[in-house]
Write a protein that binds this ligand. Structure first.
Ligand SMILES: [Cu+2]
Length: 91
């Protein structure tokens, strides 16, 4: 009986594990001082589905790891834009 319950729990948690994280690099505008990347990073990490955000002040980019099922790049762009840093997906 307990084995069955454990099996059921494993099956239920599989979709979360199976979700492949995707990474996108955004070109971020308006980062003029060294505090800006912190603000950008915070705005991205607040977005549900974002697991990691790495902001490069020198390159003016943000590399975001996110769950494709929960969030799309346009939502990430909106998040940084709302924080005062318009961004675009790097080509
Ligand atoms: Cu700043």
């Amino acid at each position: 009986m307990h084995k069955l319950l454990i099996a059921a729990l494993v099956v239920l948690s599989l979709p979360a594990l199976a979700a492949t994280p995707e990474t996108v690099t955004l070109d971020v505008q308006n980062m003029t001082c060294e505090v800006c990347p912190i603000t950008v990073k915070k705005s991205l990490k607040k977005v549900p589905g974002v697991s990691a955000a790495k902001v490069d002040f020198d390159k003016k980019t943000a590399t975001v790891t996110y769950d494709h099922d929960q969030v799309q790049p346009d939502v990430l762009i909106r998040a940084t834009t709302n924080a005062g840093y318009p961004s675009t997906v790097q080509k």
